[in-house]
Design a binder for this molecule. Structure first.
Ligand code: RET
Length: 133
């Protein structure tokens, strides 16, 4: 896989509101979250990743090895649990999050000094772009 390591600041966030709605995130959290510009801190050692999403209201940390299914506890997001697996496909990190919600997952890829993140749940797609700090 390419090297995703580093600190990244959000520069754009498209359709986040409807993505959060598809996860049944409550209105109070949604109203705070829509103003949030999270920072991603990615530590990568070969196929091993730790990805932190940092914000004023909540932080989220996920750790995985490419190709190995893990139990993901989405505490602080929608509080569901998923069986998740991340693989590398043509330089993109592709995560499938199996659980109560259909068509759930995300894709990360690099483009120069930008990090792209596409988040999916049911029929919603949220597109985020981050820039290297
Ligand atoms: C915030 C603020 C509180 C409400 C919600 C959030 C969403 C976080 C998301 C994180 C995705 C992380 C990924 C990590 C792996 O690369 C910003 C914490 C809903 C959607 C995809």
């Amino acid at each position: 896989p390419p090297n995703f390591s580093g600190t990244w600041n959000m520069v754009s966030n498209e359709n986040f509101e409807r993505y959060m709605q598809s996860l049944d995130i409550d209105i109070f959290t949604r109203n705070l979250a829509k103003f949030v510009k999270p920072q991603k801190v990615i530590e990568q050692d070969g196929d091993n990743f730790v990805i932190r999403t940092l914000s004023n209201i909540r932080n989220y940390r996920v750790q995985f090895t490419l190709g190995r299914e893990f139990d993901e506890d989405l505490k602080g997001l929608d509080n569901r649990k998923c069986k998740s697996v991340v693989t590398c496909d043509n330089g993109r990190l592709v995560c499938v999050q199996k659980g109560e919600k259909k068509n759930r997952g995300w894709i990360h890829w690099l483009d120069g000094d930008h990090l792209h993140l596409e988040l999916r749940c049911e029929d919603q797609v949220c597109r985020q772009v981050y820039r290297r700090v």
